[in-house]
Design a binder for this molecule. Sequence first.
Ligand code: XLS
Ligand code: CA
Ligand code: CA
Length: 439
Amino acid sequence: MMREFFKGIDKITYEGPKTNNPLSFRYYNPDEIVGGKTMRQQLRFAMSYWHTMCGEGSDMFGRGTIDKSFGGNTPMEIFKNKAYAAFEIMDKLDIDFFCFHDRDIAPEYATLRETNAGLDAVTVLLKDLMKQYNKKLLWGTANNFSNPRYMHGAGTSCSADAFCFAAAQIKKALEITTELGGEGYVFWGGREGYDTLLNTDMGLELDNMARLMKLSVEYARSIGFQGDFYIEPKPKEPTKHQYDFDVATVMGFLRKYGLEKDFKMNIEANHATLAQHTFQHELRVARVNGVFGSIDANQGDLLLGWDTDQFPTNVYDTAMCMYEVIKAGGFTKGGLNFDAKVRRASFEGADIFHGYIAGMDAFALGLKIADRLIVDGRIDQFVEDRYQSYKTGIGADIVAGKATMDDLEKHALALGDVVSLKSGRQEYLENIVNSIMFQ
Ligand code: XLS
Ligand code: CA
Ligand code: CA
C-alpha cells in the first residue's frame, strides 16, 4: 500500500460550471472535443517539479513557510518521497506530464560524481512511477544557476572551469531526459547575462553560450535524444540583462550562430511581461518565425514587476494564448507547463490543488474561447480584408518581388495625393472578442 501524502483530497474530476465543489474542474473536461481534438490533447498540461515539489515559499525577506520534505529525513529519502508525492499530485489532478531541473529531483552532494550517482538512483524510481501512473516527461533541464560556482554565469562564465561544470551537468541532464523518454529539453539561461558591462566581454560570452548549445545538441542526438530543444527567453532576473531577452533577441542569436534549425521557443507568460511585451506578442513572434514550441503557463503581477510565477487565472490572456497556439497548428512535442507556485501564505497541501485547478480551468476556458473566435471567423476575415491591397495590382507585384523602386514611384506619382485607407476598427474587434467570451 503506497503512502498517501495528500489525505482528504480525492481525484479531481470534471463537474461542470455549476458545481460548488472547489476541488473539481468546472471547465477542464479532458475527453471533450474542442477544435477537433480532446482537451487533453490540445492542452498537454504539465506539473513543474521545482515549484510544486521543492518550492517552500521563501522570498527575499523571509524563509520558507511550506514544508516540502514529505516526511523524509535524509536527503535521499526526502527526494524519493518528493517523487512519490509528485505522482500522487499528477494522478489526482489528471495531469499527464511533468518537467524538472536535475537539482529538483535528487540531492546535490559534495561532488559531481556523488550527485550524479544520486540522480541515477532517482531516475530509476521516476521511470518506475511513470510506468505505473502512465505519466510522461514533457522536458528536462539542468539547473545551471543555483550553485555559487555559477555566480558569473554558466556557459557565459569568465571561468572555463565553470563552463565545464555547466557542460557536465547538461550532459547528465540530457542522459536522464533521454532515459525517461523526455519530449523536450529546455535551455533557460539562468545567469547567462551580465550585471555590469564594465567587467564583461559580451562577444566572447555569446560565442561561448552558442558553443555550449551546439555541443549539447550534438551530444543529445548522439545518444538518441529525439525530443525538441527549446530556449526560454527572459529579459532580466537574476541578472540585470539576460542575453535571451525575448523571442526576437533569441532569433537573432540563433541565426547568427546557425542554430535556428535546432531550437524552438519555450515561452513563459511572466517573462513576456517582464520584457514589456504581452504574452500573446511573444507567442506571435515565435509563430511567424516558425519556432513556436512550448509554454510555461503562469502570470505575473504587473504592479509588483518581478517574476512572481503565479498560477494563471486571467482568461483573456489564456484565450489569446490558445488562439496563437491553435494558429501555430497546436502543440507537437510541447505543452502547457505550470511554471507557477502558490503564494507564500497558501501553505497547506490543498492550496497546490486549488492552484492547479485554477490554472487548468483558466486554460480550458481559454481554449474554448479561442476555438469560438476562430469558428466565428470575423476576426480572421477582418485581417484578411485589411490586406486586400496586396492581392492584386501593384500590391501583388510587391509580394511577388516583381516591383522595382521605379514601379513603386510610378504608382505613387499616378495616385496624385490620394491614398484610400480604411479604419483599423480596434474597438469593433474588441467588442467581438468580449461578445464571444461572455456569450
Ligand atoms: C525561471 C525560469 C525557469 C525555467 C527553467 O525564471 O522560469 O524556471 O523555466 O529553468
Ligand atoms: Ca519558466
Ligand atoms: Ca518565471
